[in-house]
Design a protein around this ligand. Structure first.
Ligand code: B12
Length: 224
């Protein structure tokens, strides 16, 4: 009989080693012994990625190993995903979501998508390395309620500000709420670029989105 601690430790080890098969195996095991699926991804998967990040910074590993670890986590997420518990919202809303131009880190964004769509929101996923103008064009086209942008690098973060400026130029900034997230994105920075919120993680994004959409509906009526 394996303990919860052993399962968690094996799960993290599998991700760090970039062993997809083992990561999937321990993800399945975690469910069968009653561990929380969301926590497995964000807490323990996140901790494994932090170890990877440190090893990468110390030049103990290189991009191919980071990629293997990312793939192992992604496959584990697929197994854990149906077991994530999210409260369904009664607030219908459309969210345009993507990773900003120049950035291909999409695990966090995919997690945000899982949480928002599981909560019942309609998510239009633009993918990663998304040209900035596309956020604005698609938001207009689908009459989005919220734009969600992800950036994992300090070099790609400024793209978020550009999108907000483009929304202003297009005269639609007040029609859509903007949430931002990703490793280097702090609440202070989010505020400084004029975003509406920086939920700390994918789970927090659900409640904040609901709140922003309710405020938005009151403010704009149904004038999209
Ligand atoms: C995995 C990884 C990769 C993988 C990505 C695979 C993939 N499909 O995503 C690969 C190997 C491709 C990669 C490539 C590179 N990477 Co990389 N990578 C990472 C690593 C180790 C983990 C990221 C991750 O997936 N974390 C797990 C997820 C779950 O966490 P998360 O994304 O932060 O998401 C959470 C929150 O932030 C939030 N969130 C995220 N997005 C959003 C959006 C919204 C709207 C909301 C509300 C919330 C939210 O919710 C999530 C949790 O619930 C990070 C290290 C780190 N500490 O982040 C480096 C890191 C981001 N990479 C880095 C670098 C330098 C690179 C490369 C330039 C390396 C190179 N020389 O080629 C390239 C860049 C390629 C590019 N153009 O984007 C640096 C960036 C440094 C910087 N300047 O800021 C980091 C920090 C590593 C380091 N310590 O140096 N990388």
């Amino acid at each position: 009989m394996v303990t919860k601690e052993e399962v968690i430790s094996k799960f993290k080890e599998a991700i760090i080693n970039g062993n997809e098969e083992e990561a999937v195996k321990w993800a399945k095991e975690s469910i069968s012994i009653g561990l929380d699926a969301y926590e497995m991804i964000t807490k323990y998967g996140g901790e494994a990625m932090e170890v990877i990040s440190k090893m990468y910074e110390e030049r103990k590993i290189f991009v191919p190993e980071v990629l293997l670890a990312a793939n192992a986590l992604t496959s584990a997420i697929e197994v854990l995903r149906p077991h994530i518990k999210v409260e369904k919202t009664k607030v219908p809303a459309k969210i345009v979501l993507g990773v900003v131009e120049g950035d291909i880190h999409d695990i966090g964004k995919n997690l945000v998508k899982i949480m928002l769509s599981s909560a019942g929101f309609e998510v239009i996923d633009l993918g990663r390395d998304v040209p900035l103008q596309k956020f604005v064009d698609v938001a207009k086209e689908v009459k989005a309620d919220v734009i969600g942008m992800s950036a994992l690098m300090s070099t790609t973060m400024p793209g978020m500000k550009k999108v907000i400026d483009m929304l202003k130029e297009a005269g639609i900034r007040d029609k859509v709420a903007v949430i931002v997230g990703g490793g280097p994105v702090t609440p202070e920075w989010a505020q400084s670029i004029g975003a509406d919120a920086r939920p700390k993680d994918a789970s927090a994004a659900v409640g904040i989105t609901k709140q922003l959409v309710e405020e938005l509906r009151k403010r704009r009526g149904e004038s999209w």
